[in-house]
Design a protein around this ligand. Structure first.
Ligand SMILES: [Fe+2]
Length: 286
């Protein structure tokens, strides 16, 4: 997803409540890593980031913990992607190597960006089978939390999905749909559907809820709460309801939409994306 960090002349400003806001060393790292993404031009080799031992340790810890949880909580399509991609467990991967591997598997590219990406740019790139990814990593003091999409969200969440051919096709279809949203209202409706499916979708497999979306699968907190009936209400998969449901990105999601199966989610979403335009929200909400 696009990020909430504001990048101006490679000087990343963090909100006061960001875990790294008062850590000068972290802020300097964010600026350095943002410069790498800002210097990238499509077609160039993706420049490597020299990650610190502390950053590698954050990745290793989160990857080990999430990887174990995925075996129980991830839907089969995601596991197919992650089994094909085989991310490193001991170090932060370079986007260059993730891009090469994902492209070989599904034709999708992973492109670095320094931070803030506007909504239309982010979704529009998907139509060209390009995923715009940040390269920085969350603050080491809270390895289970990030207030914004970091490389753990982008790669453990999205790149594992993009490594599966069926899911990669769904991302591309979403990109084309976003380009047919001319009005802000239509784009907002589309964004909410994207949020409640590709980011926070839930499907039933073998009678149990399984996480489909990258937002759940890359979050230690969400993966522990998405199936807890005391904390989260699962509503039936309903595109009109998703498109008009408000969400707060700073909280665990109290309402999620659960499809009867991954196959049903894929079929319904493809149909929705295929003819999405400015009239769709009103038409399907009648
Ligand atoms: Fe995302």
């Amino acid at each position: 997803m696009s990020t909430v960090a504001d990048v101006t002349a490679f000087d990343v400003s963090l909100p006061a409540d960001h875990p790294g806001a008062h850590d000068p060393a972290y802020r300097a790292r964010r600026d350095t890593i943002a410069r790498v993404g800002a210097a990238y031009r499509r077609g160039d080799p993706i420049p490597d980031v020299e990650y610190t031992d502390e950053e590698h340790a954050v990745w290793a810890r989160v990857q080990a913990e999430l990887g174990a949880l995925h075996r129980t909580h991830a839907c089969r399509a995601y596991l197919r992607g992650s089994d094909a991609l085989v991310l490193p467990t001991d170090r932060v991967p370079q986007l260059r190597e993730v891009d090469e591997r994902v492209h070989a598997l599904t034709g999708f590219h992973i492109d670095p960006v320094p931070g803030l990406v506007d909504t239309r740019t982010f979704y529009g790139a998907l139509a060209e089978r390009r995923f715009l990814a940040t390269q920085y990593i969350r603050h080491h003091s809270v390895p289970h939390y990030t207030p914004e999409p970091d490389i753990i969200h982008e790669i453990i969440g999205h790149a594992n999905m993009l490594a599966d051919p069926e899911l990669a096709d769904l991302y591309e279809a979403a990109g084309h749909a976003s380009q047919r949203a001319r009005t802000p209202e239509a784009l907002e409706f589309f964004s909410r559907v994207f949020w409640f499916t590709l980011e926070f979708g839930v499907v039933t497999e073998d009678g149990w809820p399984r996480a489909f979306g990258a937002g759940i699968l890359s979050s230690f907190g969400e993966i522990h709460t998405y199936a807890d009936p005391l904390l989260v209400t699962h509503r039936p998969f309903d595109l009109a309801a998703m498109g008009s449901h408000d969400y707060d990105i700073t909280q665990y999601q109290p309402v999620l939409f659960r499809a009867d199966s991954t196959e049903r989610l894929l079929a319904d979403l493809h149909a929705f994306f295929a003819d999405f335009d400015d009239e769709t929200p009103e038409r399907i909400s009648r």
